[in-house]
Design a protein around this ligand. Structure first.
Ligand SMILES: [Zn+2]
Length: 478
């Protein structure tokens, strides 16, 4: 039979093998395909549509806050990359180099941008002369390349897409305020648009960005209890400005160095969406970024009037949500499984019996609840149900994080927790790199962040017993 030509294949259960489940979902939901370039992914239309929705929301917010988009070259001359010592040391091991142009060997190697601080600095040196030129609030949407050894779609790929904001300010205070503001933009985006609760905090010296004075981060917890760094914002002080000789004439007519920030969110966040909300039937998308928010599935579509009714409902809903009718000759059962796999937040079923009663059936993707709705109320019910799906996803993720967050006061406790659980572990830290490294080695945990909201879970460092400086959240991370 024609409607049996393609069955939705089952995917690995997430409890059985979470890594395999993840790979199954990204492939079967048609988000990505692998390419012949090792570690580089192809974003397929459905995956790219999710990224476009993320871009739209973030880009609007950036612009509301006064940022402007620019486009920088993708190549960085070696001499330019070398200018800031910490930065080049941090990135050198994972840089791809261009050594030939056509058949001629280049006199200077060009690196394919792993991040663009150096290019922005070179440009800023040309255009910043006076305090009147500040602040400069630039952002670019692009892809970058990092030569990763092991890769996984979205989570770690050699080339990935992102936005990188790079700003210059007259004072340190203004730059720090920008760094905090942009971290809050990311945090609000994760919570309000992606239904992902995040932990805001500062990275330790060991984990901060190469060349930064301070790195702020938002850390999300995945379904399996592992952490995913979901967005970062860096304060550079005037270190790069000095290395690149960027000076401006201050209000007192004296030359001064500007203070700098950068901040980025990448296609990695799609990995976070998959691993926070997905289930054994596939993807579950938060409505704000779902390419299709409502899919209309006609039941007994060969009966008179059904397809017309489905088209009529689509026309009515077009202005209030992203809606699609699937009128292909696949069976309704196949369509149900297909759009569940693709994580479409709401399914609308309409058939001859529903039409007689002027109603339809709506099914939520997050909890599969079925709701019978009068067709007269569609325009009010659909936005309410999309909001309910968002709230349901957020609450489930918050509950998972709460259940998997634990506290340790000594090393034995911390090791035992890490052995028996996967999650966030709160423990005090003295601030020494040695202890941080020992925790990594013995408990297999990295410091995720020093949360802005500090708690005092004990007085002393979990590792060495010396007086503690701050509470750190430790975990295993993607
Ligand atoms: Zn210590």
């Amino acid at each position: 039979m024609a409607d049996q030509k393609k069955m939705v294949e089952a995917i690995t259960s997430m409890d059985e093998d979470f890594a395999k489940w993840y790979t199954d979902v990204v492939k079967k939901a048609e988000l990505v395909d692998y390419s012949s370039v090792r570690g580089c992914m192809i974003l397929r239309p459905y995956g790219y549509a999710i990224w476009e929705n993320i871009q739209k929301i973030l880009d609007t917010r950036f612009k509301e806050l006064g940022h402007e988009n620019v486009a920088m070259p993708m190549f960085i001359p070696e001499s330019l990359l070398q200018k800031e010592k910490d930065h080049v040391e941090g990135f050198a091991p994972e840089v791809a180099w261009v050594t030939y142009g056509g058949s001629e060997k280049l006199t200077e190697r060009l690196c394919v941008r792993p991040t663009s601080e150096t290019l922005f600095c070179e440009h800023y040196a040309h255009i910043i002369h006076s305090y009147r030129d500040l602040p400069k609030l630039y952002n670019q949407w692009c892809s970058v390349v990092r030569w990763e050894k092991t890769t996984r779609p979205f989570l770690r790929t050699m080339e990935f897409w992102w936005q990188e904001g790079h700003t210059m300010h007259e004072t340190a205070e203004e730059a720090i305020a920008e760094t905090e503001q942009m971290l809050n933009v990311y945090a609000d985006f994760c919570e309000d648009s992606l239904a992902i609760p995040v932990l805001k905090g500062r990275k330790t010296e060991k984990e901060k960005f190469a060349g930064a004075e301070a790195t702020y981060t938002i850390e999300a917890m995945m379904h399996d209890g592992k952490a995913l760094q979901s967005g970062t914002s860096h304060y550079f002080g005037d270190g790069f400005a000095k290395a690149f000789d960027i000076t401006f004439q201050g209000r007192d007519n004296k030359p001064a160095y500007p203070h700098q920030t950068s901040w980025g969110m990448s296609t990695r966040i799609i990995g976070a969406i998959i691993m926070t909300h997905g289930d054994d039937n596939g993807l579950v998308l938060p409505p704000a970024i779902a390419p299709i928010q409502v899919v209309i599935v006609p039941i007994a579509q060969h009966k008179p009037g059904v397809l017309d009714k489905a088209a009529e409902l689509k026309a009515r809903l077009k202005g209030i949500c992203r809606v699609k009718v699937d009128d292909t000759d696949n069976s309704p059962g196949w369509k149900f499984a297909e759009y569940e796999m693709k994580g479409v937040p709401l399914r609308l079923e309409i058939g001859p019996k529903d039409m007689e009663q002027n109603q339809c059936v709506l099914v939520r993707r997050d909890n599969r609840e079925k709701i019978i709705v009068s067709l007269d109320e569609l325009e009010t019910k659909i936005p309410q149900l999309l909001q309910a799906v968002h709230d349901g996803l957020y609450e489930k993720a918050r509950q998972n994080r709460e259940n998997r967050t634990k506290t340790a006061t000594n090393m034995e406790e911390l090791k035992k927790l890490a052995e028996e659980n996967s999650g966030f572990f709160k423990a005090m830290w003295c601030g020494d790199l040695e202890c941080e490294e020992k925790i990594k080695e013995e408990a297999g945990l990295s410091s995720r962040c020093m949360p802005f909201e500090q708690e005092k879970v004990s007085d002393v460092c979990v590792c060495c017993g010396k007086p503690a400086k701050s509470m750190v959240v430790w975990g295993k991370a993607y």
